[in-house]
Design a protein around this ligand. Structure first.
Ligand SMILES: Nc1ncnc2c1ncn2[C@@H]1O[C@H](COP(=O)(O)OP(=O)(O)OP(=O)(O)O)[C@@H](O)[C@H]1O
Length: 325
């Protein structure tokens, strides 16, 4: 049985239009125009225990709203949802003990205290027995390599170190389901790599289920075999990441000594992606690559050429755009 099931979930936000200026504010006292925003529309999906699902979408697509629905912070306008058997927005105590929400932009550690004291607070909130707490904390600081920093005041830690402790603190109760919103945002390359390794090791060690949002494709590629993509509140893709990668468009780039290309003939083979002095990149359907190359070799004196896969970011962008139409 899936650990997460969402059936036809929609969330509409209602709010009042705010106009600028004193005159408008005065007018608003008597007549306020109500607006609605469909943040999530008829979303259905299920997630199996132990999966790490990459949850993607452009800004404003409805990812955070979905994570808030899944964790019970808000309730839907319509639809049904179960997370580990619970209806999230009922916020039952046992449900809260089995999930964790980690939002990179939100801090839960106390700045003036060392991290171990904030983590200790969560021990009491989640009523974790002493022995279990010690074992989990020692495992987590081991996985993250931050044992020596436990008693350093949080404000003295680097962003990367602080994020690690934010996550340790959120996971100290060993939740079965974790909602991770942008865990690597703002981190340098090394800290991003550490964070990805941690998520991978944690998932392996505790068999937890993870829903991960990130604008960094490397996070998604390294951690998730499945991607769920939403655009304007609607699901536009749910499946293997490898199927997105297997897109049949190739990028054919070539350089020539002179500058005159016959654009009309080139666009016959595909979209011109980039055109600079003496070099062009074309998006060509894979079964047209050979024809295109033959044409180029016959027509021009090529000084260089290459055939590459379309970057995964571009493929995902195409899915976002398809959803927005
Ligand atoms: N409380 C609210 N009241 C009104 N509109 C809201 C509210 N919360 C979110 N929205 C709107 O709902 C849409 C979805 O927002 P959401 O934060 O879920 O997007 P997102 O995919 O997480 O975006 P980002 O990647 O930028 O964080 C946006 O248009 C947002 O402005």
């Amino acid at each position: 049985m899936p650990i997460i099931e969402a059936r036809h979930i929609s969330k509409k936000f209602e709010f009042y239009k705010k106009e600028e200026g004193i005159k408008s504010s005065f007018k608003n006292l008597f007549h306020r125009e109500k607006l609605t925003k469909d943040a999530v529309k008829d979303l259905s999906f299920s997630v199996e225990e132990g999966e790490i699902v990459g949850f993607l979408g452009p800004n404003g697509a409805g990812k955070t709203t979905t994570l808030k629905l899944l964790s019970g912070i808000i309730y839907p306008t319509s639809g049904e949802m179960r997370v580990n058997g619970y209806i999230p927005w009922k916020r039952e105590t046992l449900f809260k003990k089995e999930i964790a929400v980690v939002m990179a932009q939100k801090n839960q550690l106390w700045w003036d205290l060392p991290a171990n004291e904030s983590i200790l607070l969560n021990k009491h909130i989640y009523e974790i027995p002493d022995a279990e707490y010690k074992k989990t904390l020692s495992d987590l600081v081991e996985i993250f390599g931050v044992k020596d920093l436990l008693s350093v005041q949080v404000r003295r830690l680097s962003l990367g170190e602080r994020m690690k402790f934010e996550i340790i603190s959120s996971l100290i109760h060993k939740p079965k389901v974790i909602f991770l919103d942008e865990p690597t945002i703002g981190l340098d390359l090394m800290a991003q790599r550490d964070m990805r390794k941690f998520i991978k090791d944690y998932n392996k060690h505790y068999k937890s289920t993870v829903i991960l949002t990130s604008h960094y494709m490397q996070d998604i590629e390294e951690l998730c075999s499945r991607a769920m993509i939403i655009s304007q509140g609607e699901k536009v893709y749910d499946g293997a990441l490898s199927d997105i990668k297997r897109d049949n468009i190739k990028i054919l780039s070539f350089s020539v000594d002179h500058l005159n290309f016959d654009r009309d003939e080139l666009i016959h083979f595909g979209k011109i992606r980039k055109e600079e002095e003496g070099s062009v990149s074309l998006e060509v359907v894979h079964n047209q690559v050979r024809n295109c190359l033959t044409y180029l070799l016959n027509k021009y004196e090529l000084t260089d050429f290459s055939v590459e896969d379309l970057p995964i970011e571009d493929k995902i962008l195409k899915l976002y755009e398809a959803g927005a139409q």
